[in-house]
Ligand binder design. Structure first.
Ligand code: PLP
Length: 257
């Protein structure tokens, strides 16, 4: 955006980005397609394998680069992981972005790119011009953390913990709201999206929830156009099971009166 790019919103369904919406009339204008295939933000949809292959074929044919932001792929519950676009790509069409913000903590400010060989030099120069380099101290500490096996153990432990919290949230939502809600995106990541059947406006719900001490986000600001409304983003990673149950109870109390 800072470089003058324009955004074209592309529709998403429960299998992720709808590749057929990338119609031929917009192809000449598109330089990059940005996707979060493991867990679309905010719906939480996972891009299916067939859509991944379709997107890669489309990118290759149209000469477009895909930016794959794999920001929380480490957390996937009960389903087999789908290979990253970057791993499936055979035409150097993918720029892969990873981050340690979700898997460790955001203040670390360390991430990584997996680039086609011909782009490595350009990106290295751009990084140098932007901020020289990330802190070496943090990079060395993280290297030790990874090579000594701590990161792998941490991910395994946190996956089990977040899975419990996620299940508690889903069960609590259904037990308090019953058929007044639809949940999506609960099979991966650290948040899910809930659609609530209510006449209250989204802002009113966020406000009532905040007054009851519950922090939820409306999904509508994440849409460039035409939000369906009544959709909310609920993060669960940092709350214990008791807080999750209590939070949902309070939410139901303010919404279902
Ligand atoms: C879609 C998405 N990508 C990436 C990130 C991570 O960004 P950063 O590595 O700058 O902390 C986030 C964090 O919330 C996110 O929501």
């Amino acid at each position: 955006m800072a470089q003058g790019a324009s955004l074209f919103p592309i529709s998403v369904d429960q299998s992720g980005l709808i590749v057929s919406s990338l119609t031929t009339d917009i192809i000449p204008k598109i330089k990059f397609v940005y996707v979060t295939p493991s867990h679309q933000f905010p719906t939480g949809a996972t891009l299916s394998l067939s859509r991944r292959l379709e997107l890669l074929a489309w990118a290759h044919k149209s000469g477009t680069m895909i930016i794959e932001d794999d920001y929380d792929s480490e957390y996937r519950y009960g389903e087999r992981p789908i290979p990253a676009l970057q791993g499936l790509d055979q035409a150097n069409s993918v720029i892969y972005l990873g981050t340690f913000s979700k898997v460790l903590f955001p203040a670390l400010r360390l991430g990584y790119l997996v680039l086609p060989q011909n782009l490595v030099h350009i990106f290295a120069r751009a990084k140098w011009l932007a901020d020289r380099q990330c802190s070496l101290l943090e990079q060395y500490a993280l290297t030790d953390f990874i090579t000594e096996g701590h990161l792998e153990r941490h991910i395994r432990r946190m996956r089990a913990l977040y899975d419990q919290r996620r299940q508690t949230l889903v069960q609590s939502l259904f037990s308090y709201f019953g058929d007044k809600i639809e949940i999506s995106g609960e099979n991966a990541g650290m948040h899910l999206m809930v659609k609530i059947n209510t006449k209250l406006t989204d802002d009113k719900i966020v406000q009532l929830a905040a007054l009851a001490g519950v922090s939820i986000g409306a999904a509508y600001p994440q849409y460039l156009k035409h939000s369906p409304g009544s959709e909310f983003i609920l993060g669960y990673a940092e709350l214990n099971e008791q807080k999750i149950q209590e939070g949902v109870r309070r939410l139901a109390q303010v919404i279902l009166i």
